[in-house]
Design a protein around this ligand. Sequence first.
Ligand SMILES: [Zn+2]
Length: 395
Amino acid sequence: MTNDKKAGLRVKKAINQELMRNTNKTQILKCIKERQPVSKREIAEELGLSTTTIATFIKELQRERMIRSGGTGQSTGGRRSVLYQLNPDYSYALGIDLKVDRMIGVLLNFKGDIKGAKAVDLIEQDEWQVSRLLRDFIEELLAENKVTLQQVGGIWIGVPGVLNRERTIIEFAPNLGWRNVNLPAMLAFEQPIYLENEANAGALGEVVFGAAQQVSHLVYVSVGVGIGCGLIINHKLFPGFLQQAGEFGHMTVEPLGERCRCGNQGCWEVYASNAAALRLYAEKTKRHQVTFPEFLRQIGQGEQPALEVLQSLLRYLGLGIANLINGLNPEMVVVGGELTAVKELVYPTLLREIKARALAMSFAGVRLEFSQLGEQAVALGMGSIVLDQMLNTVN
Ligand SMILES: [Zn+2]
């Protein structure tokens, strides 16, 4: 073997050892996150590593302030053992949901608890105005919780649109009227900022914090101004070849139907979204200025035209969800959006419509839920990505 080859092998070995070291450290951190508070012995058993190895990493992680000891537990020999947990104040994660008409933000500590939250209505749609408002919003959220920007490990923003591969540019957001908007650059923070489609973010939020914990195959249907779907397949977000998967809002449900903002006609979201409800309601009542919360109030009061519009909406919503169930055979479907405010009224009709069209086997195996995270689902999903990123990039 030449000296060059030997040197090459040595480098390879060093790189492998470093990789192994980082993998062990990440595994230990993840194990602490899942089982906190947890003892060294429990971590060793869970990961199949020696207690000596665990002890070395625990010392290192404590020195770096990522974890801390908190309390003692009963160990097998009857001795008390020290328990470890993530240090909540090591770093913070910021998750934002930028909606067409509202901004929602959550600040998570390193343990994944909500440290602060904020939401404001948004009237502007001009991208420069919106980015300025969003920057102020983020600074206010941090200041209200006495966290500095330097303490934030990352910022992810859920947006209602199609993104580029690097998740830095909103290529097309029809309901905002945006094309090729580089939002991270416009915000001009020092921290790296990433974007995710809001429906994907909502799906992640439900898996980490909400109704779909432990669910392996999830369809999250975000019903808002439009309709977007986030797909979790085998515990992983399914992005598609070009990060465009889940745009079921634009599947055709009426071949000769109304024109959609995407250019096609008869798209699902033209018949089953909040915007669809308001359009149908305006056609029926000639009242054109009604907002979606007002429409929901009319439903609550049992107003006849509003109830009729709801029935039409649910027929199309159920039809679309049945198609998704037939095609994807999910374990759970979670419906998110303002409609969840009247879920008691919605559930029986929606379930009936789905059952009428879904294949028996797939229908028997699926659970239909409404988001319990309310309007924080997307922001929480975004925050959870930041925390995951932090755990995966330890060295
Ligand atoms: Zn469309």
